[in-house]
Design a protein around this ligand. Structure first.
Ligand code: MG
Length: 391
């Protein structure tokens, strides 16, 4: 079954204060949009992710999606949310999805479990939305603010995204609504109801709040810190020997040197130690288990894919990398002039900010194999935040 996710991020939402659109503001060290895209990109059951953006912010949106798998070229949004969703549906049609999940980028805290429930519900019912019982009494008021009616709370639900639909009927419904001159439906379920599609509900999440005001961001930070409170640490260590050559790879950066490091892959000792540290924090074994040296596929491989794989395993569990710290042990080459480039490279590979990466270097006072210039060693520590539900 092919499941597409549309992440609607074209709104200019000014209620969260001045500055860039709220989808591009950071939450827990990542832009809100990246978190929403990653939710689907990292989900096993999702096959394609279609963002709908405001082209005025195309460069920032491109950065927010950098390195994420399954991400299609973004579609340009329209004047209303409904037009933006339709642009996403039209763009993703060539992927021939069976189901589509439609999600507001401003809800970055939705969990992988909620995505799973959305897919299961759409498979069963054809159209389904996440719903929460309403705790407050809800009243309808007139224009003067006087209470006109008290509604029966038992029959009311507050509705979230992702909303999930069989693809062909919701695309047809959107096209019909556009032809009928209707472009003001508040959500896709309302449009589906108008088109005569029965919409089922499934359990939403209290933490899946929509970021609208500055206060919502503060609340989201608190929810986020609590949800990802299972903090784990992993360590990694690696050594590669020198052989003939003219450069070494350290942290994904090519550094000219009068010798090279020997290894099955590109022998990037620093990325190997960091990969093991991240795998260790996730209790996922070691680099040799994921990328056996006996497998010819990894001969000469660029080691950034090893670290990216470990980071993806963490993301697939709903977690993220809080910090990476590493020490290189080498007599030569001198690391200092390259430290900033190495740090930036690692941050890019891991999909985190530079400020969450620390690179240090030391000699070993001419003692041992490092001191004799026979090779380079690297030690690394990864701090990973996982959701409390993680195994
Ligand atoms: Mg190695």
């Amino acid at each position: 079954m092919r499941v597409a996710a549309i992440v609607v991020a074209a709104g200019r939402g000014s209620r969260a204060g001045s500055g860039p659109p709220k989808q591009l503001r950071p939450l827990g060290g990542e832009p809100v949009l990246r978190r929403s895209l990653r939710l689907f990109a990292a989900h096993d059951a999702v096959t394609a992710v279609q963002a709908v953006i405001d082209p005025a912010f195309a460069a920032a949106f491109r950065d927010a999606g950098a390195g994420l798998p399954k991400l299609l070229a973004p579609a340009a949004g329209g004047d209303t949310r409904q037009q933006s969703v339709r642009a996403g549906l039209e763009a993703v049609e060539r992927e021939r999805p069976d189901l589509v999940l439609i999600h507001d980028a401003a809800r970055p805290l939705a969990s992988p479990a909620l995505v799973g429930r959305a897919i299961a519900a759409a498979e069963k019912d054809g159209a389904a939305v996440p719903a929460l019982a309403v705790a407050d009494t809800i009243k309808r008021v007139d224009e003067a603010g006087l209470v006109a009616e008290t509604l029966d709370r038992a029959a009311l639900r507050s509705i979230q995204t992702p909303q999930a639909f069989a693809f062909a009927p919701i695309l047809a419904a959107h096209r019909r609504a556009a032809e009928a001159g209707r472009d003001d439906f508040p959500d896709d379920a309302a449009l589906a109801e108008w088109a005569g599609i029965k919409v089922a509900t499934f359990a939403g999440e209290a933490g899946n709040i929509k970021l609208t005001t500055a206060d919502d961001f503060l609340r989201a930070q608190a929810i986020d810190a609590q949800a990802l409170g299972d903090v784990r640490t992993g360590s990694g260590f690696d050594v590669h020997a020198f052989g003939p050559g003219d450069h070494v790879m350290l942290g994904g950066v090519r550094i000219a040197h009068d010798r090279a490091l020997l290894g099955h892959s590109d022998a990037d000792v620093l990325l190997h130690a960091l990969t093991d540290a991240v795998l260790g924090a996730a209790a996922e074994g070691d680099i040799g288990r994921h990328f056996p040296p006996s497998d010819p596929a990894w001969r000469g491989a660029s080691s950034d894919r090893f670290l990216a794989h470990a980071v993806a395993l963490v993301a697939a569990r709903g977690g993220r990398i809080a910090h990476l710290d590493a020490t290189l042990l080498a007599e030569a080459p001198k690391i200092g002039p390259h430290a900033a480039a190495i740090r930036g490279s690692i941050a890019r590979i891991a999909g985190i900010e530079d400020g969450r990466v620390s690179i240090k270097a030391t000699t070993t006072e001419r003692l041992g194999f490092v001191g004799r210039g026979e090779g380079i060693a690297a030690m690394a520590t990864a701090t990973v935040r996982l959701p409390w539900s993680a195994p």
